[in-house]
Design a protein around this ligand. Sequence first.
Ligand code: NAP
Length: 533
Amino acid sequence: MTQEFDAIVIGAGVSGLYSLYRLRELGLSARVFEAGTDIGGTWYWNRYPGARFDSESYSYQYSFSQELLDEWEWSEHFSAQPEIERYLHFVADKFDLKRDVQLNARVANVKYDDAAKCWDLETTDGLRARARFVICATGLLSAHQFPDYPGVDSFKGVSLHSARWPKTPVDFTGKRVGIIGSGPTAVQIIQSIAPECAHLTVFQRTANWCTPLRNRPITPDEQQELKKNAHEIFDLCKRTWAGFIHEPDPRAGVDVPKAERLARYQALYERGGFSLWLGNYSDSFMSRIIADEVAEFLADKIRARVKDPVLAEKLIPKSHTFGTKRCPGEKNYYETFNRENVTLVDLRETPITKITPTGIETVNGTQDLDIIIYATGFHSVTGELLRIDIRGEQGTSLQQHWSDGPKTNLGVQFAGFPNLFAIMGPHNPALFCNITRCVESNVDWIIGCIRYMREHGFKSIKTTTEAENAWTERCYESAKGLLIDEMRDSWFFGSTNPDGIRGHFLLFAGGVPEYRRIFADVAAKGYEGFELS
Ligand code: NAP
C-alpha cells in the first residue's frame, strides 16, 4: 500500500524535525522517514564516549519557539550527547512530532513520476509513500566510512565505528584498545576513554590543531542571563560569518602589532570553544602570516604540555596550517599522551598494512587488540544523498547528475529534480556554520517557498540549469583566496570520499550573512533562478 502525503522528509535529526514542525504549521500532511530506531540524527548515531557540542549549547538550540527557550535549560556550555539527545526528544514530544516519524525506515529510492508530478519513495523494507514535495534532511556528515585496509572484517575482537556507537555502554576496563583517526571525533574519544583502557594505541595519520574547549557547568546566574539574552545570541549568530557567537576583531591581524596579536591569541585560547578559530582577526582565514603565527603559538602549547619532545612533534601538524580544518575542541587531550597506558603510532612513519584477526598490523609488526575504534569520518556532504537512489525527471539519477561533482542552486535544489529540496546538502555554509542556525534558515526558506507556491497557485518548482551552474561556480569561487583552498585534504573537499567525488569544494565559504542575504534576495525576486509552474 502506498501512503500519500503532501510532503515527505528524509531524516529525523535537527533539520528533519524542524522541517516537520514547519510543514505542519503550513497545514501540510507530512511524514518523516528515519533509518534509526529513534529520532536525533547525528546525536542519535554519534553516541560515543566524550561526544559533545563544539558550539555553545545556547547558540546551537532551536530559536523558533519562545516556550521552548523558556522551558529548556542546558546544564553545560558545551553539553554532552546524552543531554542533546534528551533535548531533541523534549522538542519532539513538546510539539507532538513523533506521531509523524516512521522509525526503522531507511529510504532506498525516491523516484519522480513525470506524469503525476509526484515523488514515490520506497524504504529498504518495502514501505511506500508518495508526495508532491520531498525534503532531504539527511545531514552532511551521516554516511560513515571505514578505511579500506585489507582485513577490516576479519578482526575477531570488537570493532566500533564512532558514528554507529552501540546504545549499551562499552566497557574499556582492562582492554587493549586501538583507535584509528585523529579528527574532532577521535580527540573526544581518546581523551575520554584513555583512563579506562588497559592500553590505548592511537593510530594517527594527520595531527590536528586542537584548541581547548573550556567546558564548564552553566551557573544559575549565567542561566538567567542566557535566557534573558537568548534572542541577542541568535541575532549575533546571524551577523557572524560562521553563525557562531565568536566575532573576530574587525582589524586585519597583519595591521596589529605582534605583541598585541600574541596577547589576543592567549586570551582566545583561554576563552575556549572556537574562539581562536573564529574569533581572531578579520584576515585569519586569508593571511598565511596570521595562520602560521597561530600555528606556532599552538605548537608551543603542545610542546609545553607533552612531556616527550619527540612525541610532541608528532602531535604538531606539519601538513597544514591553523584554521584550514575545523579544529577539535579538547580537554587534556595532549596530557593524555603523557599517560603510561597511551601510545601514538604515526602512520606517516609506520603505515597500517592490514587489519588482522587479532589486531592492527603496521610495517613494524602487529599490535594485538581487544577493541578497534574507527573514528575515520564520513563520505562527507554528498554521501547520504548518494546512498539513496534518487531519480528525477526522465529517470535521471542524482549519481548521473553529479558525476562531475555536485551541482546545486543555493544548496537546496538540483536541476531536473522538481519539488525536491535539500537541507545541509552540498553548497551551503556548513563548513564553519553552527548547524542549527544554518538549518533554520534553510528550512525557513524552503517553507517560505512552498507557501509562496500555494499562494500563487504553483504546483512545481525547479532550479534552472543556468542558476545551478552559477551557484556551483560561486561556491568554488567562495573558497578562492582562503587558506582552506590550499588544504584539500579535508572533508570540505571530500578527501575521504570515494573516487570520482573527491576534490571539489563541497560548500559555500562566503559566510552565513551573505548566504542569508542571497536567500532573501532570490525569494524577494519571485524565486529568481527557479522555474515555477
Ligand atoms: P574527520 O575530521 O574526517 O577525521 C577522520 C579521521 O580519520 C582523520 O584523522 C583521518 O586522517 C582519519 N582517517 C580516515 N581514513 C583513514 C585511514 N584510512 N587511515 C588512517 N586514518 C584515517 O572526521 P571526524 O573526526 O568524525 O569529524 C568530522 C567532522 O564532524 C568535524 O570536522 C566536525 O565538523 C564534526 N564533528 C563535530 C563534533 C561536535 O560538534 N562536537 C564532534 C565530532 C565531529 P587524515 O586527516 O589523515 O585523513
